[in-house]
Write a protein that binds this ligand. Structure first.
Ligand code: PXG
Length: 445
């Protein structure tokens, strides 16, 4: 193995050691796509080619890249205190960030538990849900309900409640006692919907069937992404989330919104809970909390859940859960600066204003070769392509590569091209993304 002297320029024989996540390693290493610098809406390759970032990194750099206040907050903090023990100790920035997140969260959700990723946030939320049911004397409620095509990260909890087949099938029995709601995408009823589709609210009633099958006394929680991102953007049907809330409440089942993607402005509001006027019991977040600059995730808990733990002797640890890097001080510094930047620049409102621009630009692709559906919600858009016969995903991978070669970064999810630009995106940049995709679709088979 060769040790690098110039880390920006690698030879093919220097690519072996890094086993890349969710990547076709051999294909990538035969023709690498590298980025080495970022600013605002752009990446630059090591050779200096500029790429317009249509996906905010991986749904996370909501404030844009390398924003000065965030960079400086991290630099300052790194030079002041590198790490503070997370258990039985604290540092002021953790409390400040928790207060700020609680202010953005729905009323009555005032408590924040920190971890380092969306996957950890999901595991944390599922564990809090199970422990809460037990604390309130409902220890038989151990079952967890997820949804087909759901993505809740890659921990054993997350893949168990998740519904992406490829992420599950290799990994054995996972956790026991899980069931799934049906997903809500049906192109026969909702193709080319602008925003939330009119069809599909009745699919929430499937939860009633699961309650009849398993009995409410066995079900702890239901977890859903308000808008399913990873699977290729499934926008919630009008009224669907409200119905899920009514049914869960009726049966004493907790509702967990996995807002790892939707929190911090992606749908034009602080949380998707606000956009849909639905207050869940637990909310997971990650990604946008630091605009991707330092890993961080967490769970916002309702006061009722939090308070149920605050019993017993004052010297007792209330929740046996946490991570070495819970509320890492660099992440908290980045988080406080990021939330301040969102507020100073009105970025959530900006996302709401730019959402129709993205909607129009993408829906104008209707009729372009290969396109079978276009959907959108907030600053999220998806263009679904007809799969190449016998080769699912291949055409869309070519579209992704074509866009990369033309200087636009999009994301491929199966046969769906996804867009989720930073909330600072300009109209002309949205047009550039849509025009590039159109041009590419016209040239690929
Ligand atoms: N929940 C949801 C709803 C997510 O979208 C996770 C949990 C897991 O987060 P971590 O931080 O553990 O990765 C996610 C992550 C994509 C893509 O291309 C989506 C995610 C991550 C990477 C790529 O759609 N979502």
């Amino acid at each position: 193995m060769t040790v690098l002297s110039d880390s920006l320029h690698l030879h093919p024989d220097q690519l072996g050691s890094y086993w890349m996540p969710f990547t076709a390693n051999r294909q990538f290493k035969a023709a690498p796509r590298m980025v080495a610098r970022a600013e605002g809406m752009h990446y630059w390759t090591p050779e200096g080619r500029r790429i317009l970032d249509g996906f905010a990194g991986l749904w996370c750099c909501n404030a844009g890249h390398n924003r000065k206040p965030v960079v400086e907050a991290i630099q300052r903090q790194a030079a002041t205190m590198d790490y503070a023990p997370a258990f039985q100790m604290g540092h002021p920035l953790a409390f400040e960030l928790a207060n700020r997140i609680a202010r953005l969260a729905p009323e009555g959700m005032d408590h924040v538990f920190f971890c380092n990723s969306g996957s950890e946030a999901v595991d944390t939320a599922l564990k809090i849900a199970l422990a809460y049911q037990r604390l309130r004397g409902e220890a038989s409620r151990t079952r967890l309900i997820g949804r087909e095509r759901g993505y809740h990260g890659v921990g054993f909890g997350g893949i168990s409640v998740g519904g992406m087949v490829a992420n599950r099938k290799m990994f054995g029995a996972m956790i026991a006692g899980v069931d799934h709601l049906p997903h809500t995408l049906d192109l026969r009823h909702m193709a080319y919907s602008r925003g939330e589709p009119d069809w599909g609210a009745h699919l929430a009633d499937e939860l009633e069937r699961l309650v009849q099958l398993h009995d409410a006394s066995t079900i702890a929680a239901v977890i859903v992404e308000p808008m399913a991102g990873s699977t290729g953007v499934i926008v919630p049907p009008r009224g669907y989330l409200q119905r899920l809330r009514e049914i869960t409440r009726k049966h004493g089942i907790l509702l967990i919104f996995d807002e790892v993607i939707t929190a911090f402005g992606r749908l034009g509001t602080g949380f998707a809970a606000e956009r849909y006027g639905v207050v869940p019991d637990l909310i997971t977040f990650a990604k946008g909390v630091t605009s991707g600059a330092v890993p961080m995730g967490g769970v916002v808990a309702s006061n009722a859940i939090h308070d149920a733990f605050m019993v017993g002797p004052p010297g007792a640890i209330e929740l046996f859960h946490g991570y070495t890097y819970s509320a890492h001080v660099l992440a908290c510094a980045a988080g406080v600066a990021t939330l301040q930047l969102y507020e100073d620049e009105g970025l959530f409102e900006r996302a709401a204003r730019m959402a129709p621009v993205l909607e129009d630009a993408l829906h104008a692709l209707k009729g372009t070769r290969h396109v079978i559906d276009i959907r959108n919600c907030g600053l999220v858009g998806a263009v679904e392509l007809e799969p190449r016969p016998g080769a699912p995903g291949a055409r869309t991978f070519d579209a992704y590569l074509g866009c990369w070669e033309k200087g636009v970064l999009v994301r491929q999810a199966g046969d769906i091209v996804c867009l989720a630009p930073a909330l600072i995106v300009e109209e002309a940049q949205i047009a550039e993304m849509a025009d590039t995709l159109r041009a590419v679709l016209q040239t690929i088979d």
